[in-house]
Design a protein around this ligand. Sequence first.
Ligand code: BG6
Length: 477
Amino acid sequence: MKYFLSKNFMMGASAAAWQTEGWEGKKPGQESLIDAAYKVNPDRWYEGYGPTIATDFYHRYKEDCKLMKEMGLKAYRTSIDWSRFIKNYETGEVNEDAAAFYDGVVDELIKNGVEPIICLEHWELPNQLFEKYGGWNSKEVVEFYVKYAEAAFKLLGSKVKYWFTFNEPIVFPELAIMDGIWYPYKSDTQEAMQWNYNKVLANAKAVKIYHEKDYGYQSGGKIGIIINAAPSYPRSQSTDDVKAADMYDLFFNKIYTDPCIKGTFPEIYFPLLKKHDCMIAVTDEELAIIQANTIDMMGLNYYRPNRVKARSAAWNPEVKFNPQYYYENYELQGKKMNPFRGWEIYAKGLYDFAMILKNEYNNIPWLVTENGMGVAGEEKHKDADGVIQDDYRIDFVADHLRWLLKAVEEGSQCFGYLMWNFTDNVSPYNAFKNRYGYIEIDLDDNRNRRIKKSGYWFKKTVEDGYFEYDGFEPVYK
Ligand code: BG6
């Protein structure tokens, strides 16, 4: 069957500064929290690779932009590395070399016909602000972020029309502050909730400046936030399973989508935190800022659905509160899996979340800012010419796109699809284990770039304005 893309539909790809640039050009002390995570425990990163060189985008961005043109990419999202861009994190003074670099990247994208989409924080919080102030736990850091955001708008506002304040702001609080999986390995739900809240506040303050000052909003620029939200499916329709799914939805979707899109937190949220002795520092003045400064568009990173069920055992009262108090994860039998990442593949989830945005979030304009498939050992899929035959990725993208197009047909205001990633990239802790790109990065050969079969598929799809898909089932092994 043929699926048609409208002319203005933004077909592109996404990346992040820290996952591609490498550390070249960074001055001493200019490291981000995720850089620090690697420095502290390189042993926990797959085969010792980390952000040090990454894909060497810092030196090779012109080559990458040329490849984008060759492939017909309409848009490319990346981030500014806050820890690189700002020289004095407290005053917001800019590092001129870094400014020249980001200016150069944006110019190069535009020169190659690619729309630049810029995110201000893809976990690149300066480590100095973490060490001195406790990172996003601090309201002072909110103010430092706002200074940084304004410096970025000032530099690039005349060229960049799509801005995002944060990428997946929940991930660090969840994995590093609440669940102790990432550095700094904390297990403190209250602090994690404070990080989340302060990021929502920082988002609103950055939106306010972008809207009120003349950095491009008046001439059609847009600002939003990227959230890794997904439908929360209960195991069954029983009251307890549905409640578990609602609570999951609250703690992992709505504490961002509600305040950022509608201006208010769900009514039950703060009372719940109080009930569990986890209440955070919130003022009426801050809530008013959040209410008055909602986003223009949303970015959705969708990889997999959430499946939950009611807990079968009571919470251990000696363990401090964690949202898991309300749910357990549910393993759907027979689910389609990406075995390398351990994530379920469920393309219809994208359609379902599109309908949630349409029906419950004022049909806000949005785009898919990430969706993709990380696969290990791709070199074994090379053909005689050395081109990786990643049919599984073509299947993944086509299947998600067709569900997305169905949502658009039904009135969802989705205006683009950015695959993760343009090239292979460094993942947090998994480093180069699972490959995500339309373009291979050859680690054994000077990080050379080679377009994969999926990249040629992308090019043809953009040129033709449609793709054909009949839902084949590829072998993932
Ligand atoms: C998203 C992030 O969560 O998923 C990316 O925004 C990340 O930074 C991507 O790389 C894929 O996940 P992972 O952990 O396999 O790299």
